[in-house]
Design a protein around this ligand. Structure first.
Ligand SMILES: [Fe+2]
Ligand SMILES: [Fe+2]
Length: 282
């Protein structure tokens, strides 16, 4: 009992696994010691731009953590499989870790200490007029089958072109978690918690969710932030569109079809939205 007091009042967490940046710098004793030659070689202006992108990502990752918290509540209320419960509860922790990684990347570009993003409001999508199990399933599709699966394709492409060892380590660490998060969606869709009636109702929803979630990528034309920093792991709009289209065709549509969900409407939308990519692929 006497040892419990000091243990509970310790300011630092007991960390059981190696920190993410060890992948880039196995010899470094702390994050401050990590030296990345590609980051060092960038101009002050470029470093400030890249820091701002990672800073923004830190906030987005924290937002995804709060989204997974809400999703987990719905799944626990309406039912899913053990594997989905495990992945979605772990995902809340993983996304907090992604926020930490992003804040540390921003700090490395700025050359100072990491700053945590501000807390932000969590909006649960309404998917009106659905309720209960159908709402939970649409939430899983939006978060895991779409967001997380698209993120896997994008992160993989970003990592492939990155030359900065630290950016590569950050993208690899995040990618390995996002693969798990995406799996939760496909596992839920394959489960008996999605009834035959629900599967019949899903096709127009699939179309709506994909067109809304990918609207910005598809409809806007300008360069993505960081478009010119390929060696720092930043993708251009053109490359992103190419990767997202390939992910839709090679991974997502077959995934929905395997779950017995008709993708005709969504595939028709994709052929129009990604007409250029379709033409290039033929
Ligand atoms: Fe994430
Ligand atoms: Fe994720």
């Amino acid at each position: 009992m006497r040892r419990l007091g000091p243990l509970l009042l310790k300011k630092k967490r007991t960390v059981k696994s190696a920190p993410w940046w060890k992948r880039a710098a196995p010899e470094a004793r702390s994050f401050e010691d990590v030296v990345d030659p590609v980051i060092e070689a960038a101009s002050a202006e470029d470093r400030a731009r890249l820091a701002a992108i990672w800073e923004k990502r830190a906030g987005l990752e924290l937002h995804v953590a709060s989204g997974f918290s809400s999703l987990l509540v719905e799944l626990l209320e309406h039912g899913s499989t053990q594997m989905v419960y495990e992945i979605c509860s772990q995902a809340v922790r993983d996304e907090v870790h992604h926020a930490q990684i992003s804040a540390e990347m921003a700090a490395k570009y700025r050359g100072d200490a990491p700053q945590w993003p501000e807390p932000s409001v969590n909006h649960v999508p309404t998917f009106s007029p659905t309720k209960g199990a159908m709402h939970a399933t649409l939430f899983v599709i939006a978060k895991c089958c779409i967001n997380e699966t698209v993120a896997c394709g994008v992160l993989e492409a970003a990592r492939a072109q990155a030359k900065s060892p630290l950016a590569k380590a950050a993208l690899s660490t995040i990618l390995s978690d996002e693969v798990e998060h995406a799996r939760a969606g496909w596992a839920h869709l394959a489960s008996a918690w999605v009834t035959p009636d629900m599967r019949r109702e899903l096709p127009p929803w699939l179309h709506r969710l994909h067109s809304v979630k990918l609207r910005e990528l598809v409809e806007e034309d300008g360069p993505l932030p960081g478009e010119n920093y390929a060696i720092h792991g930043m993708l251009s709009r053109r490359k992103s569109r190419e990767v997202v289209y390939a992910t839709l065709v090679d991974v997502m549509f077959p995934g929905y079809r395997r779950a017995g969900i008709d993708t005709t409407l969504t595939e028709e939308w994709a052929r129009g939205a990604f007409a250029q990519e379709l033409a290039a692929a033929v």
